[in-house]
Design a protein around this ligand. Structure first.
Ligand code: G3P
Length: 217
């Protein structure tokens, strides 16, 4: 499973990238706003840092302008994936941009039928939002399962990019179901290292190292 990091914060991306944890990056207008940076400038910096796909989202809602924005975004770097919303116009933009050979990430997916349409329109990635479904007491993981089943039934090559990941359990469940990619905030990826028994075991080892004055260097 690939790990994308869901942020526009350069330092956080660089830290995880140095550890081999970053297969790509996703941004959205809210993350760009949070970074306080110019979208073109910060996206270029991310693309220079990371080898994998970097999603940059269009701002328009009509297909024609989305396509024009997408064509401008892909000029930033070869690894840009144009992110378009899951609307009828977004699907039109997806079809045109993928036909031109560009990667497209169709975002704001909340149903399996939407994911089916995105695959038919040639999407490179579909981004179902797990956390936001959980927020309204629906089951985000059930959506990932449904999309996995449907894509496998018909051999769609669109990659399932599990998004709106809020917890380490979302990552684990996505891996179990077979999502191709997860995109998660840096804090969630880093939290995956935590286990109370690791801390407890290390404390005991450290006590014995001190008591026995064990030295290697
Ligand atoms: O990239 C979009 C997505 O991951 C947003 O997550 O937590 O704002 O629902 P969230």
């Amino acid at each position: 499973m690939k790990f994308f990091v869901d942020t526009a914060e350069i330092d956080a991306i660089a830290e995880l990238n140095d550890l081999g944890m970053v297969d790509g990056v996703t941004t959205n207008p809210s993350l760009i706003k949070k970074s306080g940076r110019d979208i073109i400038e910060v996206t270029k910096e991310i693309c220079d840092l990371v080898d994998g796909p970097v999603s940059a989202e269009v701002t328009a809602t009509d297909a024609e302008t989305m396509i024009a924005e997408g064509r401008k975004l892909v000029e930033i770097a070869e690894n840009i994936a144009v992110k378009v919303p899951l609307t009828w116009d977004g699907l039109k933009a997806c079809k045109t941009l993928t036909d031109e050979g560009h990667m497209v990430n169709v975002t704001l997916c909340f149903s399996a039928n939407q994911a089916l349409l995105a695959a038919k329109a040639g999407a490179t990635f579909i981004s179902p939002f797990i956390g936001r479904l959980d927020d309204i007491n629906l089951d985000g993981m059930e959506l990932i399962e449904d999309i996995r089943t449907i894509y496998d039934n018909f051999g769609f090559e669109t990659q399932i990019l599990a998004a709106s990941i809020r917890s380490v359990n979302h990552v684990l469940d996505s891996a179990r179901i077979g999502a191709d990619v997860i995109t998660a905030p840096p804090a969630v990826i880093k939290a995956m290292v935590n286990h109370p028994l690791t801390d407890k075991g290390l404390d005991a080892f450290l006590a014995d190292i001190k008591a026995a004055e064990i030295k290697i260097l």
